[in-house]
Design a protein around this ligand. Structure first.
Ligand SMILES: O=P(O)(O)OC[C@H]1O[C@H](O[C@H]2O[C@H](CO)[C@@H](O)[C@H](O)[C@H]2O)[C@H](O)[C@@H](O)[C@@H]1O
Length: 160
C-alpha cells in the first residue's frame, strides 16, 4: 500500500484490468480442496470491483464446475486449468457460446489428460492422505495431507 498513490497516478489515463488468483488469495488455504469456499464478504468486494474494472479470476482449478461455482459473480471472467479454459463474463453462464469469448486450446489433448489422471489415481491410491483432482485441462496431485515420513520415502520422492 506504500505505492498506492504512485499506482493511482500511473493508472490515471489507462484502462485497468484485474487478474486474481483463487486459492490462497480469494479463498483461504484449507486441507480439503473441495471446501475452499470464498466468503460472502470477499464476494461482495469482487462484485463492487467488477463494476469498476475488467476483472478475471485465473485458477488451476476446472473453470465451470469449480471456479465459476465457487466465485459466483457473473460479471467476472473466469480462467480455469491455469488459463487453458477461458470464458468471458458475458458467456460464462450462457448456453450460447460465441467463439471469440471462449478459449480451450488443450481440448485436443483431453484423452491424454484423462490418462494422466487415471495413472496418478492408480499410482497414489495406497498413499494415505494423497488425492488427485481432475481440473479438466490439467490435473492436481495433492500431498498436503500425506504424513511427512511418507513424503520423504524415496519410492514416493518423485511424486511429492
Ligand atoms: O491457481 P489457484 O486458484 O491458486 O489454484 C492452485 C491450486 O489450488 C488448489 O489447491 C490448493 O488449495 C487447496 C485448498 O485450500 C489446498 O488443499 C491445496 O493443498 C493447495 O495446493 C486446487 O485444489 C488445485 O487444483 C489448484 O491447482
Amino acid at each position: 500500500m506504500d505505492c498506492f498513490n504512485t499506482i493511482i497516478q500511473q493508472a490515471n489515463t489507462k484502462e485497468i484490468s484485474l487478474f486474481l488468483d483463487y486459492d490462497g488469495t480469494l479463498a483461504p488455504i484449507v486441507s480439503n480442496p473441495e471446501a475452499a469456499y470464498m466468503s460472502d464478504e470477499v464476494r461482495a468486494v469482487l462484485q463492487e470491483v467488477a463494476v469498476l474494472f475488467k476483472t478475471s479470476v485465473v485458477s488451476g482449478r476446472a473453470r465451470g464446475i469449480k471456479v465459476s461455482n465457487f466465485v459466483k459473480v457473473k460479471e467476472i471472467n473466469c480462467a480455469g486449468s491455469h488459463g487453458l479454459d477461458i470464458k468471458l463474463a458475458s458467456t460464462t453462464e450462457s448456453a450460447s457460446t460465441k467463439d471469440h469469448d471462449s478459449y480451450q486450446p488443450a481440448k485436443e489433448h483431453l484423452s491424454m489428460i484423462n490418462k494422466v489422471y487415471s495413472t496418478l489415481l492408480l499410482a497414489t491410491g495406497d498413499i494415505n492422505g494423497a488425492s488427485v483432482e481432475h481440473n479438466m485441462y490439467c490435473v492436481s496431485l495433492h500431498y498436503r495431507n500425506v504424513a511427512k515420513e511418507v513424503k520423504s520415502l524415496s519410492i514416493y520422492y518423485d511424486f511429492f
